[in-house]
Design a protein around this ligand. Structure first.
Ligand code: ADP
Length: 568
């Protein structure tokens, strides 16, 4: 049942918002504050059904400096409105720019887009939150610096936002939380602090050593709602002498365990220095084959084994397709490549391909390849497209290639929701996890399309559920499916690493050891740092005291419609 409302939940909130908007406009300039429904709509969840507004903000405010962020926070505290900070807000499978609680104010940090430091000798940058992966890459190229940034698969997100959400990248500094170093944060009372060595007024650097003296605070500002990050240090990879982009096609389903067993020691001892990804057939055929789902299967229900075999035959992607890369001086890369090839040769149905490039010219070569070489349309081109995208991403060259393809939807408005459980990196666990996910997806009537991101000790499985956002029932079903996977996964011991707004409470509930001691600590911090709940109430399941009882949460149910003329 859809409920219809265009009303904020109380009259007080409406007047609080009106006053806040006036004050934001006085502080920042009217052009940097909007309540215009069409502009505000740009900050809703892009993959929600077009008529849904449960996560639609009431206003968007765009500060240009740390001082303006402080002012915005103070105004919000004085008027009782709540804020939802975003850097670029492109975190689409998890809700994009939209707030957990609809009707709040998005703090859009895209105007804070300066690269404050970029140092080739010590290989680091200090960036404001609006700096996109594209911007950092382009600035490095403009200055001709021998540096490669670590980037995720889509280049339009921000360095800061992705890090704060525990994002992963694919050069050797792909653990984005780990390569972060030093931050400036505005707290809910409008005060500002710097972490790490930047906490000294006379600091020579804030971005070279993560720790200073006393407790290290950076981690509490990630996947939380304790502050707004206005600057962040970020380490960069020195351009290697040699770059090898590699992939492995594994033909048989049952050889996943052998593949994982072969790769784990190479990750543990650093022979493979980046995060490989293993894709299954449905993911490659679905995300990169350039043909709609109906090309493969007309009959209802999840993809059959017959269809999967057909997909493998037409795309050549195997049951599993793994990408990884090597970097360093030629002699080091040679020494890495040999054990990789030997280990992968022992995986029964595996075929490895390697593309070796001179590090100094690799980026030009990859950009030229993207400009001049268009893989064939249709299933034949899927592996070529994936190679092109992977080789670039693993060299820090950002693109939006995956976005163009990531849709089974024939109406051109495809959305996806992800379920992302974490499991130990061993063959048995990989098999167990995939058997569980395959079985659960079949049981829930959806396709099992997965990317397994490998780190040295765990794999993070990102199960992608694709749907047409125009299909309201189908969109709703995807949310229900993810919720079900979260709970079924937790029963099997799998915790999710990141999640959509709508499932934040569900995931928080699964981290339940000792009566949710972790969440209770976060709540105690919230009570001290933000007792009013100015900042992002409900993010990661952390609610302020006044909303801790679910009955007090001003939430609109999934599928809430609005009738204000903004829906086409
Ligand atoms: P991206 O820039 O990569 O698209 P988002 O802006 O979507 O990332 O942010 C990812 C998550 O991090 C969101 O939950 C968002 O609320 C939070 N976030 C983003 N930027 C900030 C920031 N500067 N301070 C605090 N939280 C932030």
């Amino acid at each position: 049942m859809n409920t219809r409302t265009d009303e904020p939940s109380t009259q007080t909130r409406r007047s609080g918002l009106d006053v806040a908007v006036e004050r934001f406009a006085a502080a920042l300039g009217a052009e940097h504050v909007t309540t215009d429904p069409l502009q505000v709509r740009q900050f809703r969840d892009p993959y929600a059904h077009p008529a849904w507004v449960e996560h639609q903000p009431a206003a968007v405010v765009s500060p240009a400096s740390t001082e303006e962020v402080q002012e915005v926070v103070r105004i919000a505290a004085g008027t009782g409105v709540h804020l939802w900070p975003i850097s670029q807000g492109r975190n689409n499978g998890y809700g994009g720019p939209a707030p957990r609680v609809g009707g709040g104010v998005v703090v859009n940090l895209r105007r804070m887009n300066r690269i404050l430091e970029l140092d080739a000798e010590l290989a680091y940058a200090v960036v404001q939150p609006g700096v996109r992966f594209f911007d950092l890459f382009e600035e490095i190229r403009r200055r001709r610096l021998p540096l490669w940034p670590s980037i995720p698969d889509l280049g339009w997100g921000s360095v800061v936002g992705n890090t704060l959400d525990h994002g992963i990248g694919f050069t050797p500094l792909g653990d984005h939380q780990a390569r972060q170093c030093g931050m400036e944060v505005v707290l809910a009372d409008g005060s500002v602090l710097r972490t790490g060595l930047g906490a000294m007024t006379t600091a020579r650097t804030g971005a070279l050593r993560k720790y200073s003296y006393g407790p290290s605070a950076d981690g509490i500002f990630m996947q939380s709602n304790f502050g707004i990050v206005t600057e962040m240090g970020c380490w960069l990879v020195p351009q290697p002498e040699v770059y090898v982009a590699a992939d492995v096609v594994v033909e048989r389903d049952e050889d996943l365990a052998a593949l994982v067993e072969a790769v784990r020691p190479l990750l543990l001892d650093g022979t493979i220095p980046n995060h490989p990804i293993v894709y299954n057939t449905a993911l490659v055929a679905g995300a990169l084959s350039d043909v709609p789902r109906s090309h493969w299967q007309q009959e209802p229900g999840p993809l059959t084994q017959e269809t999967l075999l057909q997909m493998r035959a037409e795309t050549g992607c195997g049951a599993w397709f793994m990408r990884f890369a090597l970097y360093g001086p030629a002699a080091v890369v040679d020494a890495q490549q040999a054990p990789c090839e030997q280990a992968l040769a022992r995986v029964p149905s595996a075929r490895t391909s390697l593309r070796r490039m001179d590090g100094a010219t690799a980026v030009d070569e990859l950009l030229e390849r993207a400009r001049s070489h268009t893989p064939p349309a249709g299933p034949d081109g899927a592996v070529a497209r994936l190679r092109q995208q992977s080789d670039s991403t693993q060299a820090g060259v950002p693109s939006l290639d995956l976005l163009e393809h990531l849709s089974w939807d024939e109406q051109g408005a495809g959305g996806h929701l992800d379920y992302s459980p974490v499991a130990p990196l061993d063959g048995r666990s990989a098999q167990d996890l995939c058997d569980f996910l395959d079985g659960a997806c079949r049981d829930l009537g959806v396709d099992f399309a997965v990317s397994l991101m490998l780190t040295s000790r765990v794999m993070i499985a990102v199960v992608s559920l694709w749907f047409a956002t125009a299909d309201e029932a189908g969109t709703r079903a995807a949310y229900t499916t993810v919720r079900s996977l979260v709970h079924r996964g937790a029963e099997q011991g799998y915790g999710a690493y990141r999640t959509h707004l709508e499932h934040m409470d569900d995931v928080a509930a699964t981290y339940d050891w000792n009566d949710h001691a972790g969440l209770r600590l976060a709540e105690r911090l919230k009570d001290v740092l933000d007792p009013q709940g100015v900042l992002a109430p409900g993010k990661q399941g952390i609610w302020p005291g006044s909303m801790r009882d679910p009955a007090d949460r001003p939430l609109r149910p999934l599928g809430t419609h609005v009738d204000d003329g903004t829906v086409d």
